[in-house]
Structures are given as structure tokens and as C-alpha cells.
Write a protein that binds this ligand. Structure first.
Ligand code: PMV
Length: 327
């Protein structure tokens, strides 16, 4: 058995299709090159000790109890998904000692970038490697997805899938998650509004609008599905200009169903004005993040424009690298 092991997994953005995916249409999700890193090591004392550097919380899970160290009892909520991953992996071993898990992640939390899933996936990989358990990517996905289910109720599974496999995924509720093999560079700027929001509330808001105006909203949803199909075509043809245009239309449809907000509008318009091919909110909306697809030489200018408009910019690109055991 190793003394220590380290693994990393990427964050995600939804390129197109959020919200309409809840109503049966497809969505395209990308892994981006911002990674959560998890180090797991053996500890002489029993129990699972977890520390998250970025959240500034730590504590020990031992015999069904949580003993907080930093962040008080509330730390339990943040650390629970990692504990669920660790508990499942350890339940199959006869460990006499304990394990320590350290999370280091630059992925903004509660911003729609899949930070929790990236941490769960990296934790599963680091722990399996520490305990000498040979696991496939499918098994890592399964463990991380189970943990997300325990903690977040009924998630779609797209977040742990993209963090595990990387690249570009096609997701539709009625179909299996599919990896799309496009060897294309997608230079992006993420703009974080810094405004926290609840995915559940925003999904419910769209649902309510649909039930009040089914004839209108059903057409918007269908148009959202068409955008995803046309975006696949643009990706195939490596036509970033059309992809940007489709992202712009998608954003306006998302406005129509009421999930944009003033902060997102400011960032989206600033990015377009600074020369992005296209810009839209990503994820649930109502705050959180937007993305801009831009020519590589304009990334800096778009990032500056987002900053001036009150957002926190991150220049990033699509990555094909999913979960990796680094040590
Ligand atoms: O912002 P996120 O990563 O929670 O994404 C939400 C995406 C939605 O389509 C709005 C909801 C869903 O379950 O697909």
C-alpha cells in the first residue's frame, strides 16, 4: 500500500442546452482546464480526516460522528460528499488505521462549474490509488455519482461524468451520456458574477413559466434543442463563429425563460463588445457564471472587459484530460 497518493479532475461548463435539458432536450458539456487536486494519505489514528484548503474547513469523521476542527459544525455540510466517497471505498477494505484527505481546488464553488463533482472524482481516484485498488474510469464515475446522489438528491450525473472522462459530452435525460470526439480548441473566458444562486429554484422558475404559458415556452425549449444540434454541426466543422452565434441565441432564449440577471447581462454584453464570437450564461443562471468563446488573440481583452463590468474572469479552454492519478 502507498503512503500517499494524489489525483486531479477537471471542472466543467455547459456550452449550450442548460434548463432546456430538464425538459427533455440535449445539452453539450465541456471539461475545462481548471482542476481540483486531492491528496490522500495514511494516518496512524482511525477515522477519515478531511481538509479543504480553499473553503478553510476541516474535521474528522469517526464512528458515525463528525468532530469539527476548522469551520465549526457547518464544515460537515461541505465535507460530506468527500466523506461519502471515502466511506464507500473504505467499506470494502479492512483498514486498521485512518486516512487523511486534503483538497486543493481553485474552482469557484456554487457557481455552476461542477466544483463538488470534480472534488468527489479526484477524491475517489486518490483514495483507490492509496489503497492499491485498481479501478476503471467507469468505477470512479460510479463512486463519485453515488456520493453526489447521497448529498444532492437527484442530480443528472453529468458533472461527475465530465470530471471523470474529460472532453465534450452529449447529455440527454432519456439517453446514455455520450462522449463527442471533436479535436477542436475552444478558447474560453469564464466570468463569475460572484452572486450565489440555487439551481433548484431556477429550474422551478422555468417549470412554472412553462406551466403558465405552455404554448410559448414549449417553443422556446424546442428552439433550445435545435441550437444544441446546430452546435454539434459547428463543432464538427470547427466553425467557432457560428458556434458563438448559436451561444448568443441560446443566451437570449435563457433570458426569455427568466434565468438571466443584471450582473450576467453586464458580463455577457461586455464580452461580446470586446470581440468574443459569442457569450452566454452557463449553468443555472440567476448569478453564477457566464462563458465567452473568443479568438485566442482576444482572450485578454475579453477578460479585461469582464473585469471592468464587475466580474471575475478566468481564461480557460476545453481539456480532454479527465481524472488523472498524479502520484
Ligand atoms: O449550474 P449547474 O451546474 O447547477 O447546472 C444546472 C443545469 C440545469 O440545466 C439548469 C439543471 C440540470 O439539472 O440540468
Amino acid at each position: 500500500m502507498k503512503k500517499r497518493s494524489r489525483a486531479s479532475a477537471p471542472a466543467k461548463v455547459i456550452l449550450v442546452g442548460e434548463h432546456f435539458v430538464v425538459h427533455g432536450e440535449p445539452a453539450i458539456v465541456l471539461a475545462i482546464d481548471i482542476r481540483a487536486t486531492v491528496t490522500a494519505e495514511m494516518r496512524p489514528e482511525p477515522g477519515i480526516h478531511i481538509e479543504s484548503e480553499n473553503l478553510g474547513v476541516s474535521g474528522l469523521f469517526k464512528g458515525g460522528e463528525f468532530i469539527p476542527e476548522r469551520g465549526g459544525l457547518e464544515a460537515k455540510r461541505d465535507l460530506e460528499p468527500i466523506h461519502a466517497v471515502a466511506a464507500e471505498i473504505i467499506s470494502g477494505c479492512h483498514l486498521k488505521n485512518g486516512v487523511g484527505i486534503n483538497v486543493s481546488s481553485p474552482i469557484p464553488v456554487a457557481a455552476g462549474l461542477g466544483s463538488s463533482a470534480a472534488v468527489s472524482v479526484a477524491s475517489a481516484a486518490a483514495l483507490c490509488s492509496l489503497l492499491g485498488r485498481e479501478v476503471s474510469s467507469d468505477e470512479i464515475f460510479r463512486i463519485a455519482f453515488n456520493a453526489e446522489r447521497i448529498v444532492h438528491g437527484n442530480p443528472s450525473g453529468i458533472d461527475p461524468a465530465i470530471s471523470t472522462y474529460g472532453g465534450i459530452l452529449w447529455y440527454r435525460r432519456s439517453e446514455a451520456i455520450r462522449r463527442l470526439e471533436f479535436d477542436i480548441d475552444l478558447p474560453l473566458v469564464i466570468g463569475n458574477t460572484g452572486r450565489r444562486r440555487s439551481t433548484g429554484d431556477l429550474v422551478a422558475k422555468v417549470g412554472m413559466l412553462r406551466s403558465r404559458y405552455p404554448d410559448i415556452i414549449d417553443n422556446v425549449i424546442r428552439a433550445g434543442g435545435e441550437i444544441v444540434k446546430r452546435s454539434i454541426q459547428a463543432l464538427k466543422e470547427e466553425d467557432l463563429e457560428s458556434l458563438g452565434e448559436l451561444m448568443n441565441i441560446d443566451h437570449e432564449l435563457l433570458c426569455a425563460v427568466g434565468v438571466s440577471c443584471e450582473e450576467l447581462e453586464r458580463l455577457v454584453h461586455a464580452a461580446r463588445k470586446a470581440g468574443a464570437y459569442g457569450a452566454k450564461l452557463t449553468g443555472a443562471g440567476g448569478g453564477g457564471c457566464m462563458i465567452a468563446l473568443a479568438p485566442p488573440e482576444k482572450l485578454g481583452k475579453v477578460a479585461d472587459a469582464i473585469r471592468r463590468a464587475g466580474g471575475d474572469p478566468i481564461i480557460t479552454r476545453k481539456t480532454d484530460v479527465g481524472v488523472v492519478i498524479e502520484e
